[in-house]
Write a protein that binds this ligand. Sequence first.
Ligand SMILES: *Cc1c(COP(=O)(O)O)cnc(C)c1O
Length: 463
Amino acid sequence: MTRYISTRGTAPTLSFEEAVLAGLATDGGLYVPEHAQEFSMAEIDAMQSMSYPELAYTVISRFTGTSIKPEVLERIVAESYKTFRHAAIAPLKQIDTHTFVLELFHGPTLAFKDFALQFLGRLLDHILDKREQKSVVIGATSGDTGSAAIAGCQGRKNMDIFILHPKGRVSEVQRRQMTSVADKNVHNIAIEGTFDDCQDIVKALFAEKDFREKNHLTAVNSINWARILAQVVYYFYSAVALGAPAKNVSFSVPTGNFGDIYAGHIARRMGLGIEQLVIATNKNDILTRCLQTGVYELEGVSPSLSPSMDIQVSSNFERLLFDLYDCNGEAITEMMAEFKKNKKITLSPLAWNRLKAEFTACAISDEDTKKTIATTFNTTGELLDPHTAVGLAAAQRVRKNTSIPMIVLATAHPSKFPDAVKEASTITPELPPHMKDLFSRPEAYETLPNDVSAVKKFIESKI
Ligand SMILES: *Cc1c(COP(=O)(O)O)cnc(C)c1O
C-alpha cells in the first residue's frame, strides 16, 4: 500500500487520494511516497510497445495504492491525453546526430504543464465525486500554470476554479488563454499588484482555517504530488523510444520550481538509466549556484526572456533535499526554518556530494538564449521557445559523453513567447490552427485590488 509522508516528518501519513486533496502538508512540508517504486529491466523493456496512455497508466498506477480503481484510472488517463493535438502525445524531434527535443507543447495550452493538469483536473473531479464533495481550486499564476489549470478544471462539476494573475504583467497570449474560457466554474481575477502579491493572497486564504475547510480549498500548483507523477511518464516514454533500457539517455530540463526535473529524478529512482540530468536555469540561478557551491542562497529575481523560470525559491527542491538527507524530516524542518530566517542554507558535505553526483547544472544568459534560438533555426528550421532554448544551450555546454542521446525537454510552443522568438530569429511564430482566433475571443475577468478580503468576498459571491 502506497502511503504518503511529509518532508517535515510530523504531518499525518495519507493515502494517495488524501495527499492529492491536501496539497501542502499541515507541518508545512510536501507529500512524497513513503517507499520508492522500481521497475525491472523487463518491465521497462515492455514499455517500448506501449502507447502514451498505456505507459501513463503503468507508471501512475504504481503510486495510487487502492485509492483509484484500475478501470477508473485507465479512463482518466485516456481522457487526459485525448485533448493533445499530436498522435504521439509527446513526439521526439531530432535536431542533430545525438540531440533530441521532446515536444511537450501539444496540449490545450501549449506548455508542458498540460501533461499534469489535464490529468489532475479529471483526477480531482473523480475523487470529489466519490466523496460527494465540492471543492474550490485557487491558484496564482505568472503565466503558464493558470491557463493549464483552467483548461484542466473547466466544466468539471465538482469544482470552481479561481486564478489570480498580476494585472498587466502576463503576456497577451497567456492572459487570453485564461480569460477567454467561458465556463461557469472558471473565475479569472486580475490583481492590481505583482505575481508575489497574488501568491501572498493565495497563501493567506489557505492559512485561514475556517475559510479553507468550509470551501475545501485545493491547490493545483506543483507541490501537488499528482502533478509530479504525471510528469514522470514522459521520461520513460522518450527514453524507451531511444533504446532504453538497453541504452542510457541524458535529459536537459529548463527549470524553475524544480517540479519537472524532480520528476526525472523519480524516473531514475524507478530504474530508468539516465546518464546526465541537467538542471538548466536562466540568470535566476539559485539552483545552479547551489550545485556549484553547496550553498542555497536567495538573491533577487530579475526578469528574463524565459519568464516561467524567473523564480527564486524552488518549492520542489525541498523534496530533493528530503532524499539527499535520507528522509530525515527533522533535518529538513530545521533547514527550512533557517532558510526562512537567513535566506541561506549550507548543505552537509554528504548531501552536496550526492547532489553533484546526480545532477549537472548550468545557467544561461538571455544573450545565449537568443543565439541558441537563432542557430537552431538556421541549422534545422526548428523554432524553439526561449525556455527550451535555455535547455538546449545548457545541454550543449555541459554534456560529457556526446554519443549518449541528449533529450531536451521542450516546455512551451514558440508562439507562447512570440516577442523573444522574433527578436532572436526574425520569425514570428504562429499560433497553431485551433488557437488562431485567440485574439478575437471575448474575455472575462474581474479586476480587484491587492487585498485579501476583497478576493475572499469575490470568491464567496461566486460559489
Ligand atoms: C513552468 C515552466 C517551466 C519550469 O518548470 P518547473 O517544473 O517549475 O521547473 C519551464 N518552462 C515553461 C514553459 C514553463 O511553463
